[in-house]
Design a binder for this molecule. Structure first.
Ligand code: HEM
Length: 505
């Protein structure tokens, strides 16, 4: 009985696959031909479609070369198991997708659902609740006044990082930068969100527990989960034990965040100043803006996930390029020298440094932290594109930002690291206004933390270059190989020689 069921299942799958056209199995019945121009795409494998492209290696690079060879850069249809998906590798189509109101939802992964993220900003479906969260984030959490008011925290986290870097350099003759950046980023985001910072010397137990929980969450959200695309597979195959691990993590997260919320409640007045942390801000909301406690836990915890690694990893990429390109580092230092002139480096000073801003933009172009913009979108109805293609409802849509930023039709010499392209050529808005370089996405679901991320990376890079000269470490040459997890990070963490300058202890 079981054998004959299996044989029939395999036969049906093979037949469906054999008759499937562009896009593969999830695009059967002419799904890719709803518009006057069909959406081209690979046939893929029976049952799996093109799942293997996404499940291993560097998906952004594989998808880019697939789209290139099939002349499908505008839009390519493919199958992720039974899920129909499209990917745009062209700025024009990318804009149409990201800014369309019909793509304001995201497909939600099992891990995100289990980790309560369906109530957080990133995964909440488009609707009243999500709009409320976006309103809270723009008018309270990430308002320019609040970002400015948190500058002392960024300065403090850098001061700790500076001391730790100097002592590692003295002790070991080189510095492995990532752990310093990650600690600074974690403390920075914990400071903004929970009003709490950790000192590894005094709070090592609590800090370790937090780091472990954040890492577990990252692993679970970043893990490729086969049953997101082939749901029945979870009965046989769950190599990451996603469900079990999520179930173990959620109560720990709830406990930690609830204790912090309680502490804030006990601390009295709900009148919030500009430098209040996110917990105080959320507790102070009244009327229709008020969130219940579970929703607060989801929103707050998501901030920790989104805000920590992105800033640390982007700063590491910037510094790696500066070690490789000493002439760019020197030019940047010259700019800093004339800007500082005896004063301390502040957000306000940093914002006015065109070359520094160009270095950061160029790093975002060459190494976008989310090369596939990390989180896909979901079509809520059939969407007609201006090129004659129609993306049917319930299609998962991705934008391959890496492919766009490495396309020689869009960028001259795209593989060369050249910040001058932003100072000598036309300026480019990286905050979602120009789809040739939109590392924070665009449209209604554009990253709400983009200004905070940019301000933090700008300040830290400026200070790292002002206080140290970064040279190559002879034992560990800079290797720009990538590994794609939740973000795209350096496969081999940067190690460099940091010679102190302008360091006063
Ligand atoms: C270098 C730093 C960062 C990068 C490159 C980045 C990138 C992104 C990208 C590509 C998206 C998806 C946008 C879209 O679908 O159009 C996103 C969404 C999001 N980001 Fe960021 N991000 C960064 C920093 C941050 C920070 C610091 C926070 C908060 C503390 C944050 C919070 C979020 C949230 C909540 C969303 C979901 C928005 C929604 O779906 O409505 N991000 N980010």
């Amino acid at each position: 009985m079981i054998l004959s069921l299996l044989i029939s299942f395999i036969s049906v799958s093979l037949l469906t696959w054999a008759f499937a056209v562009g896009g593969g199995i999830a695009w059967k019945n002419g799904r890719n031909k709803k518009g006057k121009t069909p959406i081209p795409g690979p046939h893929g494998l029976p049952i799996f479609g093109s799942l293997f492209v996404l499940s291993r290696g560097l998906a952004h690079r594989s998808l880019a070369s697939m789209a290139q060879t099939r002349a499908a850069t505008q839009l390519m249809a493919f199958s992720l198991g039974s899920t129909p998906a499209v990917v745009a590798s062209d700025p024009h189509t990318a804009r149409e997708i990201l800014t369309s109101p019909h793509f304001a939802n995201r497909p939600i992964k099992q891990s995100a659902k289990s980790l309560m993220f369906s109530r957080a900003i990133g995964f909440a479906p488009n609707g009243t609740y999500w709009r409320l969260l976006r309103k809270i984030s723009s008018s309270h959490l990430f308002s320019p006044r609040r970002i400015l008011a948190h500058e002392p925290g960024r300065q403090l986290d850098f001061a700790v990082m500076l001391r730790n870097i100097a002592s590692e350099q003295k002790l070991s003759g080189s510095v492995s930068l990532r752990k310093h950046l990650q600690l600074a980023a974690l403390n920075n985001i914990m400071g903004s969100v929970f009003g709490k910072r950790y000192d590894p010397a005094q709070d090592s137990g609590e800090l370790e527990e937090l780091r472990e929980m954040v890492k577990e969450g990252f692993d679970l959200l970043g893990a490729f989960n086969w049953s997101d695309y082939i749901p029945w597979l979870s009965y046989f195959y769950d190599p990451f034990r996603v469900v079990e691990r999520c179930e173990a993590l959620v109560p720990r997260v709830r406990k930690l965040v609830r204790v912090i919320i309680e502490e804030h409640k006990l601390s009295g007045s709900r009148k919030v100043s500009d430098n209040a942390d996110f917990v105080d801000v959320l507790l102070s909301l009244e009327g229709e803006e008020k969130l219940n406690e579970d929703d607060m836990v989801a929103v707050l915890w998501e901030m920790i996930f989104r805000g920590t690694d992105t800033t640390a990893l982007l700063t590491e990429w910037v510094m790696a390029e500066l070690v490789l390109h000493q002439e760019i580092q020197t030019k940047l230092r010259e700019e800093l020298k004339s800007a500082v002139a005896g004063n301390t480096l502040t957000d306000a000073v940093v914002a006015k440094l065109p070359y520094l801003q160009a270095v950061i933009k160029e790093t975002l172009r060459v190494h976008p932290p989310g090369p596939l913009l990390s989180w896909a979108r979901l079509a809520t109805s059939d969407v007609q594109l201006s090129n004659g293609m129609v993306i049917p409802a319930n299609t998962t849509a991705m934008v391959n930002m890496w492919a766009i930023t490495h396309d020689s039709h869009v960028w001259e010499e795209p593989h060369v690291f050249k910040p001058e392209r932003f100072t000598e050529g036309a300026d480019v808005d990286v905050r979602g206004g120009d789809l040739r370089l939109a590392p924070f996405g665009a449209g209604r679901r554009v990253c709400p933390g983009k200004n905070l991320g940019l301000v933090t990376v700008g300040l830290w890079v400026a200070k790292l270059v002002h206080h140290f000269e970064w040279g190559p470490d002879g034992d560990h040459t800079v290797d720009l190989s990538e590994v794609l997890k939740l973000s795209c990070e350096m496969k081999h963490p940067l190690s460099a020689v940091a010679s102190p300058r302008n360091v006063v202890f």
